[in-house]
Design a protein around this ligand. Structure first.
Ligand SMILES: Cc1cc2nc3c(=O)[nH]c(=O)nc-3n(C[C@H](O)[C@H](O)[C@H](O)COP(=O)(O)OP(=O)(O)OC[C@H]3O[C@@H](n4cnc5c(N)ncnc54)[C@H](O)[C@@H]3O)c2cc1C
Length: 421
């Protein structure tokens, strides 16, 4: 069979997994991406299900949920990416200390993050005091010390004096820039020395230091925590920070490495349309020549990535036009696919003045809310002949990294085989 060309639109976790799987199935891949998406904004938690559901289920049933098995292909993809630690099925879930001062469960983690669940009962986590806007070692130590998970294990959080900033103005640069400085071996070595001093001081007069928790500063090109762990002789890792930190940069660097290994170039291009052409699909690009492909994977993300746009009627209605009720969301490109949310056509959730967002947009109990549900209607991963969808752009599926990867693998494989089963 001649080599098929699969076009993938979007290079987040879903698009990357689709590219990896299409290449494994013998296809040639063109990968187009317009900018940063949710995968490049994450803090380093890697979930298969929304963690709030996991907590609720655990509380309801009175059990501690354990890691569920992951499909073998997801494990192989994660190994090829080389960024995440994903415990085996049946192991305790990873625990992550958040910058809100709580500990939450996750299926896995970026390898730079600390897992307080790995520490023995009675352990002391040391938080070095660093003068930075995103870091309040004393406040965090107090809040984390109050967290039920840590309290139940007698794990304490202790702030400690430290000198971890080296150059002028490092208290003011972005956290991601500080993380990038620790990509330099000499600077990482310097940090290791400072952390050894912190531990030595904490252990004076029989004090304990069993782990070090830091801000999101441990590498932008790769997770550097394991090098520090070896150097200092105890677990060292980052807190789970909010949007736009070093973990997102590490995802992008790992993506670059994987695409290089697969021989795929990431084309920085916005796709404007995917249209049926005789025996193929035609992709129209902004500022670049169109091309045809045998099959297409839409992995353009949800509202956060701009893959889905909020377009309520009043946003476009000119004063002289009659108001029209129409779907209040649109895909970021023209394609012969249908959008749905909460199992319904979009027109149903709207009115002449758009949807009543304060009633239906936000999550309520197990209901994810309209904004998390809106996406492309699919059967399996197929949304139109030769067109597949994966990740956050798919309607009514939980939006997590591992779901994006699993659906990307499925879509990449199906696209590589289209039109055969
Ligand atoms: C704030 C936030 C926090 C999150 N926290 C977690 C968490 O703790 N744990 C977890 O597991 N998951 C979390 N998620 C969800 C997780 O990040 C997503 O489910 C996952 O990254 C989705 O991957 P994706 O590839 O589908 O989309 P994205 O990563 O969003 O990628 C879509 C890509 O498509 C590109 N694109 C869009 N339109 C076009 C076009 N027309 N042409 C070309 N390119 C286009 C975008 O620029 C983007 O790069 C979080 C999401 C957000 C927004």
């Amino acid at each position: 069979m001649p080599e098929r060309l699969v076009a993938i639109v979007g290079a987040g976790a879903a698009g990357l997994a689709a590219a990896w799987s299409a290449v494994r199935c013998g296809a040639r891949v063109r990968l187009c991406d317009a900018g940063v998406g949710a995968s490049g904004l994450g803090g380093g938690a890697v979930d298969d299900r929304p963690w709030e559901c996991l907590m609720r289920a655990g509380e309801l049933l009175g059990v501690t949920p354990l890691c569920r098995a992951l499909p073998e292909a997801v494990r192989s993809f994660a190994a090829a990416l080389g960024l995440w630690h994903l415990p085996e099925a049946g192991c305790p879930l990873v625990r992550l200390a958040t910058d809100a001062g709580r500990v939450r469960p996750a299926r896995g983690r970026d390898r730079a993050l600390l897992d307080p669940g790995e520490l023995p009962a009675g352990a002391a986590i040391v938080l070095p005091r660093v003068l930075r806007p995103e870091w309040d070692a004393d406040g965090l130590a107090r809040a984390l010390g109050d967290d039920e998970f840590l309290r139940s294990r007698g794990v304490r959080c202790v702030p400690a004096q430290a000198e971890l900033l080296l150059r002028t103005a490092e208290e003011r640069i972005a956290a991601a820039d500080l993380a990038a400085r620790h990509d330099e071996p000499a600077r990482l070595d310097w940090l290791g020395q400072r952390l050894e001093e912190v531990v030595a001081r904490a252990r004076v007069r029989g004090g304990r230091a069993d782990a070090l928790l830091l801000g999101p500063w441990l590498g932008a090109r790769a997770p550097r925590a394991e090098i520090l762990r070896e150097r200092v002789g105890l677990p060292v890792g980052e807190i789970l920070a909010g949007v736009g930190g070093a973990a997102g940069l590490r995802f992008e660097a790992a993506r670059e490495g994987l695409l290089g290994a697969l021989g795929i170039e990431l084309e920085r291009a916005r796709v404007l349309a995917v249209e049926p052409a005789p025996g193929a699909l035609r992709l129209e690009l902004a500022d670049a020549d169109p091309f045809v492909a045998d099959a297409v994977v839409l992995a353009v993300g949800g509202l956060a990535a701009g893959g889905i746009r909020y377009t309520p009627p009043e946003q476009v209605a000119a004063a002289h036009e009659e108001p029209v009720a129409r779907a209040p969301f649109a895909l970021s490109l023209r394609a012969p696919v249908e959008l749905r949310a909460l199992g319904r056509r979009l027109e149903v959730v709207s009115s002449l003045s758009g949807p009543a967002l304060d009633e239906i947009a936000w999550p309520r109990g197990p209901d994810p809310g309209l904004l998390e549900a809106v996406g492309v209607a699919c059967t399996g991963s197929c949304c139109a002949p030769g067109i597949y969808a994966a990740g956050d752009v798919v309607a009514d599926r939980p939006r997590t990294l591992l779901r994006a990867v699993a659906s990307g693998i499925e879509a990449g494989e199906a696209a590589a085989q289209w039109p055969s089963p």
